[in-house]
Structure formats: C-alpha cells, structure tokens
Design a protein around this ligand. Sequence first.
Ligand code: NAD
Ligand code: DAU
Length: 351
Amino acid sequence: MKKNILITGGAGFIGSHVVRRFVKKYPEYHIFNLDVLTYAGNLENLKDIENEDNYTFLKGDITDENYINEIFDTYKFSSIIHLAAESHVDRSISDPLAFAKTNILGTMILLNAAKNTWNNDFQNKVFYHVSTDEVYGTLGETGLFTENTSYDPNSPYSASKASSDHFVRAYGETYDLPYKISNCSNNYGSFQFPEKLIPLFINNIITEKPLPVYGDGNYTRDWLYVEDHAIAIDAVFHKGVMKETYNIGGFNEWKNINLVHLLCEIMDEKLGRSSENSSKSLITYVKDRPGHDLRYAIDASKIENELGWYPSVTFEQGLEKTIDWYLNNKEWLSNVISGEYQEYYNNQYNK
Ligand code: NAD
Ligand code: DAU
C-alpha cells in the first residue's frame, strides 16, 4: 500500500517544485496536491508530472471545513506538507483579511482534520508546516535569525504566518500532534508568479517597463534557489526531529538595489542591450512599502549540521537558470499575467 501524502498549495511556486520532487523521487508515496487555484496557482506548473500514477490533483479550498474533512476521511493521509497560503506582502497590506482567512483559519482547519483523523494514533504521522523567516520581523545591519529568535512580525502576511506557526505548535503541545516547521528566506526560480521582485523585474526588463524599487532600495534579503528549498523540505520531512523548527536560508544576502543592477547586467548581455541602452535606465524609485522590513538573513547552521543540507547552486548559477527559464517561457508569463491579475499589474506603480 502506498503512503498517502497531502501537499497543499502544490500548484503554486514552491509547492510545484515540492510536488514534482516527491512524485518523481518517491514512487512508494501517493501524492495528493490540494490547491484552490488562486491567481498564484497554475496547473501548467505541473504539466510534466500530471499523468504520473502516484499523483492526484484535488481542487479545493483549505478554508472549506466540510470538504477538508471529507478528503481526510476518504484518503486517510498519513502526512501533510502544508504550503497553501496567500504569500505576497503587498497584497496583505491591501487585503489583510484574506490572509487571516487562508493562512490562519485554513491552517487550523487542516490541523483539526489531521487531529481527528489520526485520533491519537500518531505513529508515522506528521503535520509539516512550511513557513517563512518574516515571522521574526526585521534585523538591523548585523545579526542573523536563529530558531530561537523571538517572533516579531510586522506585516499582515507575516503576522498571519506567525499565527499559523503558533497554532501548529499549540496542537503539538495540547494534543501531542506530531509536527515540524521550517522557516525559509526569499526564494527565486522557475514558475514564480511575476509580482515578486525577481520575476517581476525580469518580466519588466523583457518588456521594457519601469523597475519599481521601493524606497531607497537599501533593503536586504537572503535569496535561495527554489529547488534547494524543495531539497531542504525533503530533508526536514524525512530526517527532521519531530516538534522541531528548522531555519532554511541561502547564505546569500543582497541589497535590493545591488540585486537589481546585477539582474540588469545579466539581462542586458542576454538581450544584446549595450551599456548606453542598459535596462538600468528602467530603474524607478517609488514610494516605500509600509512597515518594510529592513533586513532578513538566516542562520541555517542547524539544518546544515543536523540534516546535512546546504544550497547546491550558487546565486550566479541559480539566477542564470532562472533568467533563462523566463526567457524560454514567455508564453507561461503572458498566460499568468492575464485576467484578474492584469489590473493589479498595471497599477503596480501607483502603490
Ligand atoms: P504562491 O503564492 O506561489 O502559492 C500559493 C499556492 O497556494 C497557490 O497555488 C494557491 O492557489 C494556493 N492557495 C492559496 N489559498 C488557498 C486556499 N484557500 N486553499 C487551497 N489552496 C490555496 O506561494 P509560494 O511562494 O509558493 O509559497 C508557498 C508557501 O511557502 C507559503 O506558505 C509561503 O508562506 C511559504 N514561503 C514562501 C517563500 C517565498 O519566498 N516565496 C519563502 C518562505 C516561505
Ligand atoms: O522572506 C521570505 C518571504 O519572501 C516569503 O515569506 C514571502 O512569501 C515572499 O513574498 C518574500 O517576501 P518579500 O516581501 O521579501 O518579497 P518581495 O519579492 O515582495 O520583495 C523583495 C524585496 O524587494 C522587498 O524588500 C521589497 C522589494 N520590492 C519588491 C517588489 C515586488 C521592490 O523594491 N519593488 C517591488 O516591486
């Protein structure tokens, strides 16, 4: 009998890489991908594995309690890797309730369904919550987030993720529910929706639209290639200690403005733009994001020392692969930037 594993949010950016990895690498598992397909979810992201025998797509909403209870009853999942979420900070500023609903209530509904289905038989069971480093708030110019850093979220997005982390932990303490949590830094790579910094700017460089840098651009993020995040999730899922948290990061801090310059330079070369005609001329400083966290940087020594994980690609390699992917997948880009998203995209300079 195959082990039934539920992955939520598998049609999104990181989820699609996790689903692909698990379907291909573990034929002994049956992977159920549960996704409601918001603007950020797209089944085109999983075309290459959609017909595999050990894969099933379930279209559904994690906030629909009846539906969630029904699928837990039917498939008796032994493990859950929970990624479904509203994930974009700017959207959480304009619509915080949507983030509370999906990220907090949705996580609680899944936790309840797992608790009721497992009914105190916790052997070989795990609820794995995929979370973010933004729960720790912001760093100053120095220091790193460790697993012991206090939670101090600043945006509605990070507050909703912090809250869901707390509920996962609370179910572990109160009901002894077996759980794992990982908190990861900024991901980049293929299939990322072009509202996040790197794919948005790649797309705008291709189409020669302005590159809206928030504030003075002196904000720092720690970038990790998405396939390395999927490898880390695999490591935590299989080897991580129950009821532990693991920080995941890229050992790779960049100030936004320096990253944007690097992107322009690589893309100018690929697009044959001369230095007089550089994409850097598209850089436009715009109003800052409210509550903008100054700096994120992860101390990933726990996962490195205990689980033997370390990023497999350098930033230069990862960025090159990512840019090439977007240049070769313009149809995917234009498909996802259509419909409901078009208005949001066109308004990006008015933020
Ligand atoms: P994403 O926005 O690309 O994908 C989210 C997916 O969840 C989409 O497919 C969407 O359709 C689905 N979804 C949203 N609401 C749902 C609902 N109510 N029911 C079912 N499905 C729903 O997000 P991502 O960037 O791939 O992030 C995935 C997870 O990883 C999130 O939990 C996020 O907080 C976390 N994370 C992201 C990053 C990052 O840099 N992107 C870093 C650390 C952690
Ligand atoms: O740290 C992990 C988090 O990283 C994840 O939990 C989130 O889901 C993910 O969206 C990401 O959050 P950020 O807010 O850091 O990512 P974003 O790509 O939106 O922004 C990266 C930085 O670039 C941030 O300092 C804001 C800035 N920025 C972003 C956009 C979209 C700009 O200057 N201009 C922009 O247009």
